[in-house]
Design a protein around this ligand. Sequence first.
Ligand code: 16C
Length: 247
Amino acid sequence: SVHTRDQVELPPPAIDNRLTVHPLWPEIDRISTEQIQAAFEGVGGEIGWQLFAEEGDMRMYRREMEVDGMVTDPLKAMHKVRGVTAREMCHYFFNPRYRYEWETTLETMTIVEEIASDSLVFHQTFKRIWPASQRDALFWSHVRQSSENTYAVTNHSTTNADYPANNGACIRLFVTVCLACHTTYPAGETPTRDNITTSIAYCSTVNPGGWAPAGVLRAVYKREYPKFLKRFTSYVVEQCRGKPIAI
Ligand code: 16C
């Protein structure tokens, strides 16, 4: 069959063999599995998630948490988007080609290592938040199909001798992020742009890695997380318009 360039680069339905022989594989597999499972857990129960933003189908929750005096509030967001698949969502989130088009907090992005078609290591610097120092991050990113019609991208901080932390203008922050997406359509029907709905769970924990004023940090994320999720999901809807669906 004929494949367009875009189809070939979609997240593969099975783990890339090159990943399973890489030294990071055990960590990537363990953390991805844990994060995907946690992403699909509800926000009720004892954990005590507090709703802080709500707009249409989007809900954002956080837990106030501090580690060594630094705000590390875990975030959990839920959203529903029509007309795009889980696989497409994850394609645009994982693939660095599109990142500057939807990621507004980014200053620079470098691909440090191409582990496999489904796994990359990135170095990113972010816009500075006054009055804190500028931040950077070094993290692996892995995309996988986790079950039928379900794809997820997990990002998690790592180290690399060529990118030492805190040796220049930036303070290294630590991040664990998971974007987990599940597509549904009416039983017995063929999936089309008109009958598919994708449920999104986005979880993020950022440790600022060094002093940052708690009030400023909480004010920034309350503004930036909703902005990110709305912008990213509408970006994907826009990109997919008129293209054949990739389920
Ligand atoms: O998940 C997202 N993006 C992925 C691809 O880039 C990846 C990125 C993770 C890094 C998340 C940390 C972002 C820190 C930004 C700090 C500078 C923001 C400046 C904006 C104001 C001009 O997984 C989407 C990420 C959406 C990020 C929303 C912002 C969250 C802020 C959290 C607090 C950061 C503490 C910084 C201490 C000064």
